[in-house]
Design a protein around this ligand. Structure first.
Ligand code: FAD
Length: 498
């Protein structure tokens, strides 16, 4: 006799719910029934428009054409994040995706650069990052090198409209048998014997039973938090911002190829260029500035007039102590929140989906699978948390919030990373840590941490060779960038929105 299908119920249809539904629909074609419940009356967070290059893997795995995705979501391309004012007003640097310089022999580029800098013959780090040079010039290219085989390819991500993305994924999922139900979840029912979640009840009275439940109900965390009682571990002593005001402005003529994150007196402001509008927001600490003053601060720093009403969002940095408990897996905001400074939330959704698929529970699910899922989830989010804290801690701004951040006690993992770099410029990337050595390098240098020394192997090349090496890379990269079309032309050619 054929087994009944294994039913997966996704509670919530924001970015997390629809990304999960689409991926499960793509990979679980037989033996599974996938249902999604969402409430239009409750709505979604709706922001979440900047990403990192890993999103391309998700699109690719689902077979979603990239140009179709950009066109449908009115997206733009992104080569990095510009961080402005973190060392005082007017200071800026970029965390660009992709390599910086070129590693030689056993050691990383930064050691040669640090030696050259001590000798006074190095240009700024920005001149060695192809992505940054292209982003600053407003030029976009994908595919292989144009001018010389040694030129690296440019990793890129996207800015996009989150609600249009959810719509695209909904079509994708529904075409592949995901059953969507509109309604408000009023009750989560547990099995009296096992304690697992057995079903959810909707305001219509309908009862939706399942074997596995994915909690994508956002900050409400109706299943994992409210029902199963899994606590939230608060990280606001490290990441003190707890509110955001978001507002749109008109689109920019030639949209920048980077997200901008500008430090302000009590938080920081984002700018995300889309084809049809520009997303802006101020992330701030409510004990350092009132909501009204925060709104004024944001309005004062917009590139043009607001085109809609500002929206206030409240949150607390932290994570759910267990992302997978019993037969409930939290994905998205229900599993934790890290502010959008390095555009990592959508990536956390994507990697949770990939972990879920790797450790997919069958009809008999085990505690070991859950433990492994939770271990990997913890490692990933802690390392991203450290990367964000670095921006806050290593600042030189004068305001009280920023002074307090300089004085904070760091997580041991971050303290060790900074100490290692400050000595001899070493950066070690552990396991599957999200941010690469060059990501850390750009932010460590950008935030003003200067190593005392460098790896002694960098002394193995002569002064003249080092000087030539340091001069050649920027020249090659600048020549390459000059061949690229402007971002606006690139979009017009491949993926302009309707
Ligand atoms: P939500 O969007 O809140 O969706 C929750 C879903 O659950 C909705 O469909 C809702 O209707 C449903 N629901 C809730 N309760 C019920 C109920 N009782 N019954 C039925 N349905 C229910 N991420 C990035 O990667 N890049 C960014 O630039 C970025 N910027 C951000 C800026 C801010 C200020 C914030 C707060 C977040 C940002 N994020 C960003 C994070 C990103 O927005 C979220 O990770 C993403 O939207 C996922 O949200 P979600 O789907 O978990 O929750």
């Amino acid at each position: 006799m054929e087994k009944p299908p294994y039913t997966i119920v996704i509670a919530g249809g924001g970015t997390a719910g629809w990304m999960t539904a689409a991926a499960l629909a793509r990979f679980l074609e037989r033996g599974y029934r996938i249902r999604l419940v969402e409430s239009e009356a409750i709505g979604t967070v709706g922001v979440g428009e900047a990403t990192i290059p890993q999103l391309r893997l998700y699109l690719d795995a689902l077979g979603i054409d990239e140009d179709h995705f950009v066109r449908t979501t009115h997206g733009t391309f992104k080569l990095g994040i510009e961080l402005e004012n973190w060392l005082g007003d007017g200071h800026r640097y970029m965390h660009a995706f992709g390599n910086v310089g070129r590693d030689v022999g056993l050691i990383a580029f930064q050691h040669y650069w640090l030696r050259a800098r001590q000798m006074g013959i190095a240009a700024g780090l920005d001149r060695y990052a192809l992505n940054e040079l292209a982003a600053r010039a407003g030029r976009m290219h994908r595919g292989g090198p144009i001018t010389a085989p040694a030129i690296p390819s440019m990793p890129y991500a996207f800015h996009f409209d989150a609600s249009l993305f959810a719509g695209l994924l909904r079509c994708f999922a529904e075409e592949r048998r995901v059953e969507r139900t509109e309604g408000r979840i009023t009750e989560v029912m547990r099995d009296g014997d096992s304690g697992d979640v057995a079903a959810i009840r909707l305001d219509s009275g309908e009862r939706i039973a399942g074997d596995l439940f994915i909690d994508c109900t956002g900050f409400r965390a109706m299943l994992i938090g409210q029902t199963l009682g899994i606590d939230y571990e608060d990280w606001t002593h490290w990441l003190p911002c707890d509110r955001a005001i978001a507002v749109a402005t008109a689109p920019l003529a030639d949209p920048p190829l980077f997200t901008r994150a500008s430090a302000r007196k009590a938080g920081w402001q984002w700018r995300i260029p889309l084809q049809h509008r520009t997303g802006n927001g101020l992330v701030y600490c409510s004990s350092a500035i009132s909501d009204d003053d925060a709104a004024d601060l944001l309005m004062h720093h917009l590139d043009g007039a607001a085109t809609g009403d500002p929206r206030l969002l409240r949150f607390a940095a932290g994570r759910r102590r267990e992302g997978w408990h019993r037969n409930v897996i939290a994905i998205g905001l229900s599993s934790g929140f890290l502010e959008p400074l390095e555009s990592t939330s959508i990536h956390l959704i994507q990697s949770a989906i990939s972990r879920l698929l790797k450790l997919l529970p069958g009809h008999a699910s085990g505690a070991a699978d859950r433990a492994e899922y939770n271990r990997q989830t913890d490692f990933e989010i802690e390392r991203i948390r450290d990367f964000l804290i670095l921006h806050y801690h290593a600042n030189t701004r004068p305001e009280p919030l920023w002074q307090a951040c300089r004085a904070m006690t760091l997580p041991d993992s971050l303290g060790a990373k900074i100490a290692l770099f400050a000595e001899n410029g070493q950066i070690v990337r552990e396991h599957e840590e999200l941010f690469t050595e060059v990501g850390w390098l750009q932010v460590l240098i950008g935030q003003g941490i200067s190593p005392k020394g460098y790896h002694p192997l960098a002394d193995q090349i002569g002064d003249d060779d080092l000087a030539e090496f340091m001069e050649t890379i920027p020249l090659l990269y600048e020549r390459e960038v000059a061949q690229m079309p402007s971002h606006a032309d690139f979009i017009a050619r491949h993926c302009a929105g309707a």
